[in-house]
Every structure is written in C-alpha cells, then in structure tokens.
Design a protein. Structure first.
Length: 641
C-alpha cells in the first residue's frame, strides 16, 4: 500500500488546544501508517515582528508538492499576510486540504464547531443567570476566524441583552496565555471600576487573567466572574474550575486526518464537518463545580508534568553551559548531540542553510524572502544513538534523508536569529515539541549558539586579517617592517647562539620620483610591486624579505657563505635586466642593493646589521650616480677654444 504523506501547518505547539488536536492527528496517522510532517512556529512569543518573521520562515520550507494533502490549523494564526501566503501556496499545489475552524476557503474542506453559538450561550448564561451587567472582553486576534466569531458572539449577546459595549473594556489579544496577564494590567491601568465578568476567548488567557487578578487582591468568582473557552485539562482542574466551552479537540484532529485520507483514497466527503460543543458552567462563574478529573489521574498527570519539566530544565542548563563554551561548529554539534537522547525521540536532524556562515551587513542586497538557500547542510543527524551528517541536499527536499516507512511523525522547527533564517531541525517520533513547555527555549538556545558560532567565525577571520595587515605590506603582499622584525629577530638570536653566518641585504629603488612625476603614482606603485617580486624571488624559499619603507626592501637569510653578497647582487641585477626586457616600459626599473655577510656576535643586533646594510647600499648607490655622471661628461663634446 502506498504511504501517504501529509503536511500540517500550525503555530504554538506549547498550547493545550494544539496539543490535543495534534494528539488526535497522530493517533490516526499511527493507526493507518500515514506520515505526518508538522511545520510549526512559535509566533507572538517575544512581541517582536522581526522575531516572528524568523519563526514564520519555517512555512517557506514546506514543499507542498511533496505531500499528498495538508491539514491547516489556520485558526492558530494571527498574521493575515502569512496565512494568506500559505493558503495561496496550498491552492497552487493542487493537493486537497482540510482547514480547522474556518469556512473562509470554499476550495478547502473544513472541520469545526459553531464558535458563535456556544460563545453566545456562555455569555448569556453569565448575564442572565448571574446578573452581570458590566463585562470586559479579552479577544483573540480578529484576523483569526475563531477570534472573530467569538468577538461577534460577545457583541451580539451584549446587544441582545441591552448592554452597552465599552471599547475601553475590550483587550485585543493573540490567544497566547500571557495575554491574560496583559489584559489584567490593562484593566488596572484604565482606572475603570471592576467589571462583573471577564469573558476570555480561550482558557489559557483566562487562567493567566485569574492569577493576575488574585495578585491584585480580587477573588474569583466572589469579586468577579472569569470564563474561558476550550475546556482544557488545566481549565477543568484549576481552582476555581473554569467556566468554559467543551469541545472535542482530540476528535477534531482524528477526524480531520481521517477525512483527508478518505479523500486521498477517492471517497466522497462532506465539504464541512461540524462537531458538537457545549458550555460548561462551573466554579469560576459561581456555579457548582463537579467537572474535575479523577483525583488520582490528576495527581499522576501533574506529577509526571513536573518531573518532565524539571528534567527538561536540567537538560537545558547543561545545553546552555555547553553551548556557551563551544567555539566551532563541530564543538556546537557535540554539545547538542549530548542532550538529544534526553528529548526521547528516534531521530534528530539539524539542518542549516548552505550560506549560514556568510557575513551580513546593511550594505548587502535585500534578503531572499524565501529564507532558505537552494541547498542545505545537515551537520548533525542523530539516529537511534548513531551519529552522521549530510554535506549537502536541496532545501526543496526538506529531509536530509528521505523517509522510507509509514506511521512516522516529524516536527520541523525553525532556527533563526531575529528575522534571519539559519535553518531548522526535525524531531522524528518524539513528542517533546508538544508535551514540553521548554521546546521553544531549546530552539532559541540552539539558534543563538549557531549565531554565536557564525559571529565568532567572522570575528576570528577579522582578527586574522588584522594580524595579517599588521605584518603584511598591502601593496606588495610581502612582510612589512613589523612582520620582518617579528619573524627574523628570534632567528637572528639563534644564529648568534649557533655562530651561523647570515646575510642581510638592503635594497633601495632608483628613480621612483622620476616615474611618479612623469607617469603618475599608479605607475610608481606598479614599479614598486615589480621590484618586490624581484626581491621575493632573490630571497628564495629560505630567505625572508620585506618592504620596510616607500621604496626600500630588505632580505635576510641564514647559512650564508663568503660569496653570498656577490651572488645575490648578480642574481638581483640579472632579474632587473630580464624584468625591463619583459615590461618594455618607457623607463628603466633600477635599484641598488647593499649586503652584509657576517657571523653575528653577542654584541650585534638586527637593527645594527640593517644600518650597516643600508650604509653599504648607499655607498653602491653613490658610486652608481658618480659613474652615470662621469659617463654623461665623457659623452659631451669638448668646448672649442
């Protein structure tokens, strides 16, 4: 039987809604040997648009043409632009798709509850049964279909009951739990009297709101009613238990996956599937509470959750400490490998863009909006305890190694620094991304360590270049004075100890001013470079040469003999003659060389030898000038008397 491959698009794996829906999808997939690939981001976590763009880069990786179908948890998105881009790409791929909690896309199948109906029922209960007149509303993003329907239900219930909507009492959140605290802070800052009730668009925000209100000295439900939506484990076992809306989250995931697979098998399916949902009235609105789970099961689950969280914290501490000490990519991968077994998965692949180590600057051309280079590299693949790597693969393939069996669950999570994409990692057949509260912390730690390695790499390259510039002459690409002294000084002292004969030669260019004045400084620089090549050739592989002034060069070599100066001068002058014949310039490249050959004593210094060679060179230069003057005089006709 053909193995089906399904992509799931989702934001916020660390929320209970996503967790329970994903559990349902995974259950069906494992029962029917379907491969599920989650492309997941943690948007809206750090209140940074640049950070969110980095998170959302993972959706650019999804190659929908690889998959047979898609499950779209578009109700977890608050960014309309990103959502629209995903929808268009799924449409362009031509694969069937099932969307959760939205009927906005007629060409997609959908599975949902009637958000408007059950939210309105819950609000009517608070108003009509508990006499609430003043209500604060904590909404989800109105660009989100569920957020919009729940907000519309609030407005309809207020109007139906003849209550006025005060815009100051509406907090626009993003479905993240932390929005509950922000809503409480916004209420405290508003100076408004305490409302009769806070109506929250999901349980996570409601629970955080209750905690914040209690810190302010308010008690739920004695002072104020608080309601949620989703009937999550935490909501029904909170104290007070949360009045909320019960919805079949696990079942919606299971049936969505089943519906898509039936479509792929050629079976007709209804365009829309509506599941039952109903309000649950309990302690946080003042109703009797009897909806908690079995106490033993509750204690067992909480104990297990605490154990996992504590273990993950220790794992992250080890990871953070190890990554802080890593200075190379290999060391970074070694540290990451050591903690992989703690996240309880079959396989872990860390994939980086092929250009992840490139330097970035404001002067660079605009970043590729795709975020991923054409090719990727996988420096770390941990597979059931064995480690390997893949040097290069196409980003369109997504997997560094192609899946070969069915019933596998893959989680693709983005690695980025700000809005700059670095790569992603894949967790295979391990639920760490959905059960751990610290998955995103792990991801950020790995991302930051990769960015630190990138920066350290370029810092080291910059330091190497600075060191090179400190000792290398940029025009001639040979040593400068600093480089010559640093390299030669120790060698010179060793020659003193060994009583070894050395040669030190000083070279000075003749006529550089003439070249500059008549042919320009660029031509003068060219002449200097040509002379440098001659000096370098004459120094050979065992000598050291340097440019120590504008047109002055120096050569040092050990193991010289008594004829070394004459041999070097002959070789140097022959090289000059050959260079002039080759260049055919309107000027002659000329230079003077003076050499000292000696066995240095303890009283000798390198600088002293340089001065002696310099003096020797000027003696030769002076003799050359006198010779040229005599030649000109003898060439002039004698005056007639």
């Amino acid at each position: 039987m053909r193995i089906r491959n399904i992509a799931v698009i989702v934001i916020g794996l660390d929320e209970e809604y996503q967790y329970n829906v994903i559990r349902g999808i995974n259950q069906y997939a494992r029962e029917h040997m379907v491969n599920i690939s989650y492309f997941a981001a943690f948007g809206g976590v750090v209140e940074s648009r640049k950070f969110d763009l980095g998170e959302f880069s993972i959706f650019n990786l999804t190659n929908f043409s690889y998959f047979d179908g898609a499950l779209l948890m578009l109700n977890t998105f608050s960014d309309p632009e990103i959502k629209a881009r995903i929808v268009e790409r799924v449409r362009a791929s031509g694969i069937p798709a099932v969307a959760f909690e939205t009927k906005d896309y007629p060409d997609f199948y959908d599975i949902s509850i009637d958000n408007f109906k059950v939210m309105k029922m819950l609000i009517n209960h608070v108003i009509q049964q508990h006499g609430a007149k003043v209500l604060n509303f904590v909404s989800g993003p109105l660009s989100n279909p569920e957020g919009k329907m729940r907000y519309d239900a609030f407005c309809a219930a207020m109007e139906e009951n003849g209550l006025e909507i005060d815009e100051r009492r509406i907090f626009r959140g993003s479905f993240r739990g932390y929005d509950g605290k922000l809503a409480a802070d916004a209420f405290a800052d508003s100076g408004l009297p305490l409302p009769d009730a806070f109506i929250c668009s999901n349980d996570s925000m409601a629970l955080n709101l209750i905690t914040s209100l209690e810190r302010m000295g308010y008690h739920v439900p004695d002072d104020v009613i608080v309601t949620g939506f989703d009937h999550t484990f935490s909501a029904r076992n909170a104290c007070p238990a949360l009045t909320t809306v019960k919805r079949p989250l696990f079942l919606s995931g299971y049936q969505a996956c089943e519906k898509l697979c039936r479509l792929l098998n050629g079976e007709n399916q209804p365009r829309s599937t509506e599941l039952d949902a109903a309000p649950v009235y309990t302690e946080s609105c003042g109703c009797p509470g009897d909806a908690t789970d079995d106490l033993r099961e509750y204690k067992k689950r909480i104990s297990r959750r605490l154990e996992i969280t504590n273990s993950n914290i220790l794992m992250l501490n080890r990871l953070t400490a190890g990554l802080a000490e890593a200075e190379t990519t290999a060391e970074d991968m070694d540290v990451i490998e050591k903690v992989i077994r703690d996240i309880d998965c079959e396989k872990f692949c860390l994939c980086l863009t092929a250009n992840w180590q490139e330097a970035f600057s404001p002067k660079m051309p605009p970043r590729d909006p795709h975020g991923y280079s054409e090719y990727m590299t996988a420096p770390l693949i941990w597979d059931k305890g064995a480690r390997r790597s893949v040097a290069i693969f196409k980003s369109s393939e997504m997997f560094p190694e192609s899946p070969r069996s069915g019933g596998n669950i893959y989680y693709f999570l983005p690695l980025h620094f700000g809005d700059r994409c670095l790569g992603y990692y894949i967790v295979t057949n391990g639920d760490f991304p959905i059960y751990s509260l610290l998955c995103h912390t792990l991801t950020m730690n790995i991302s930051n360590s990769i960015e630190n390695i990138r920066k350290l790499f370029h810092l080291n390259r910059a330091m190497e270049e600075l060191n090179r510039l400190y000792v290398i002459d940029p025009l001639c690409e040979i040593y400068n004075r600093n480089g010559f002294i640093n390299l030669t000084d120790e060698m010179f002292r060793d020659c003193i100890t060994r009583k070894e004969c050395v040669i030190l030669s000083f070279v000075d260019m003749d006529g550089l001013k003439f070249i500059n004045d008549n042919f320009g400084h660029n031509e003068g620089d060219f002449a200097i470079r040509q002379l440098a090549e001659i000096v370098k050739t004459c120094a050979g592989t065992h000598g050291i040469c340097a440019r120590i002034g504008g047109d002055e060069f120096i050569i040092f070599a050990r193991g010289a003999n008594e004829n070394a100066a004459e041999s070097l001068a002959k070789k140097f002058n022959e090289a000059l003659t050959m260079c002039n014949a080759r260049l055919q310039k309107p000027y002659q490249l000329s230079a003077s060389i003076g050499s000292i050959v000696t066995v240095p004593s303890q009283d000798d210094t390198l600088y002293g030898m340089i001065r002696q060679a310099d003096d020797k060179m000027y003696e030769i230069k002076k003799r050359k000038k006198n010779t040229r003057k005599s030649e000109r005089l003898s060439a002039d006709p004698k005056p007639v008397i």
